[in-house]
Design a protein around this ligand. Structure first.
Ligand SMILES: NC(=O)c1ccc[n+]([C@@H]2O[C@H](COP(=O)([O-])OP(=O)(O)OC[C@H]3O[C@@H](n4cnc5c(N)ncnc54)[C@H](O)[C@@H]3O)[C@@H](O)[C@H]2O)c1
Length: 475
């Protein structure tokens, strides 16, 4: 497949959104300017490049394809097969052959006629690509968790704010009515003063890529054959069997990118990279941007964070193929000095503790409310009924969005914040990062919420960032 980094541009080089940005405009366009036939004229469309065609990239892209004022003009991936599927899907939708193909995200970002990008690549790549995109003035739909480390998140926040670009995080639960209703119940004080919140996340490792059975079959003839990649460590016969040449369709050298170089093992690359701390953050970081994000939303903590964090986890050997925590529990204290609450608020984040149910549960002095995907319960059965609270209870009305990708496009045009802007994503993810660091160093952490630094613990502070493999550098 040939890269098309230049070539004729079907769209105006100064697209509508770039024009608004260049003019420093903050006006909101009337919907009629975009509505009508269902497809905006070419010069009015937001041009989008999509990066990463794995689990979530395709579904994000399909939502963008469905919007008439958005034109997906480019796709980028390091796996040729996946890239081909992306291009076929996009071109199939439009009935043309216009989608440009990129292997190197920098070439896609170099195009002046691309307004916005959707980034759905593994966590270890988020910071490099997102900061480069912001520096190229692209508006960004980026995935959760914001980045692999706290320092990388801070770099993304800085780049997005300095360049004044729109950011939407893939924390799409905020665009669903049941999560919105739960958060409004809490924000309107219906459960009284919140004292405690429980955030239940998954435990263990899920074989998202579906390659664990083949892996185990390969191991079956070994004496003491492993029953999970989490048992396989370097220097063993099982490890030797696990390591292979990368398949020709993947540029593995680039895929591993800024992370430490590791031999290719299929079940820690596509999708299952989550279970290896070199590239992902386990279930904790995979999910903190969902139920942890919702916990913060209900509390109004989008710009706040925990002052004290104590995490405990159970881990496979650190060098195992899958080495992320299989079970974890993090106790966070949000001090009243850094929130608008009259007292401290305790948040427990746990995976593998059945008493902490999946989802988000806020407990207050006058009641409680619990929400999970397609699940809802509350101390007052009246609150359970319907998609939203009765209007008389909604003195505080939270941001409303019923479609996360649509909300992004609307904000690209209006230049107003999305429902999950970059600071929100940063703060929603912090308890996950800090909880993981506490688990790894084996002690309680003190976090300075305003200065964003760990107090009096140099070993823990070192884990706020990570070394990059040359030649990659986070500017
Ligand atoms: N919001 C959600 O509900 C949700 C769901 C799943 C995943 N995610 C997030 O989306 C991101 C991607 O996860 P996934 O499960 O889709 O991963 P995946 O492994 O299935 O797909 C990632 C794709 O990115 C490509 N890629 C890797 N590095 C790249 C680079 N430098 N340039 C271009 N392409 C590159 C890979 O080749 C792969 O095809 C992660 O951050 C994940 O946490 C969010």
């Amino acid at each position: 497949m040939k890269d098309q980094t230049t070539g004729s541009n079907p769209l105006s080089p100064l697209t509508r959104r770039n024009f608004l940005k260049a003019a420093g405009a903050v006006m909101i366009l009337p919907r009629s300017a975009w509505a009508g036939t269902g497809r905006a004229s070419a010069s009015n469309r937001i041009t989008l490049g999509v990066m990463g065609w794995g689990m979530i990239g395709p579904s994000n892209t399909k939502s963008f394809l469905a919007e008439g004022d958005c034109q997906v003009v480019a796709a980028c991936d390091l796996d040729k097969n996946r890239l081909q599927t992306a291009v076929d899907t996009i071109n199939g939708h439009y009935g043309n052959k216009d989608c440009a193909v990129y292997h190197d995200y920098r070439e896609l970002l170099a195009r002046d006629d691309i307004d916005a990008v959707m980034i759905a690549i593994p966590d270890h790549w988020h910071a490099l690509v997102a900061t480069a995109a912001a520096n190229r003035k692209k508006d960004i739909y980026g995935e959760k968790p914001l980045a692999k480390t706290v320092a990388e998140q801070q770099a993304i926040v800085k780049a997005v704010e300095q360049n004044n670009v729109i950011w939407q995080t893939g924390s799409w639960q905020r665009s669903l009515p049941n999560f919105h209703k739960a958060a409004e119940i809490v924000r309107n004080g219906l459960i009284g003063t919140v004292t405690r919140v429980e955030v239940g996340l998954p435990d263990g490792h899920y074989d998202f890529a579906g390659n664990e059975p083949a892996f185990l079959k390969k191991m079956a003839s070994l004496p003491n054959a492993p029953t999970s990649p989490a048992q396989v460590v370097p220097g063993t016969a099982a490890w030797k069997l696990a390591v292979t040449e990368p398949p020709p369709e993947i540029d593995y050298e680039r895929w591993i990118g800024p992370s430490q170089y590791e031999e290719y093992i299929e079940c820690r690359v596509h999708l299952n990279w989550r279970w290896n701390y070199n590239t992902g953050g386990g279930q904790l970081l995979d999910w903190i941007g969902h139920h942890g994000d919702i916990a913060h939303w209900g509390l109004g903590f989008d710009l706040s964070g925990p002052s004290e964090i104590e995490g405990h986890g159970e881990f496979p050997p650190t060098t195992a193929i899958w080495n992320t925590a299989t079970k974890y529990r993090i106790e966070c204290t949000y001090r009243k000095e850094v929130t608008h609450y009259p007292g401290d608020v305790a948040i427990t984040i746990a995976g593998g503790y059945p008493e902490i149910k999946s989802g988000t549960k806020w407990i207050g002095t006058d009641g409680w409310v619990w929400v999970d995907r397609e699940k809802f319960d509350a101390s007052n059965p009246e609150w359970v009924k319907g998609d939203s609270l009765p209007d008389n209870l909604r003195k505080v009305k939270l941001y409303e969005s019923l479609n996360h990708q649509r909300n992004f496009l609307d904000c690209v045009k209006s230049r107003k914040p999305t429902i999950t802007p970059v600071q929100t994503a940063h703060h929603s993810t912090l308890p996950g990062h800090l909880g993981l660091i506490s688990m790894l160093v084996g002690r309680k952490l003190q976090w300075d919420v305003a200065e964003e630094k760990i107090l009096n613990d140099s070993a823990a502070s070192e884990l706020l960032s990570r070394p990059y493999r040359a030649p990659w550098r986070l500017a």
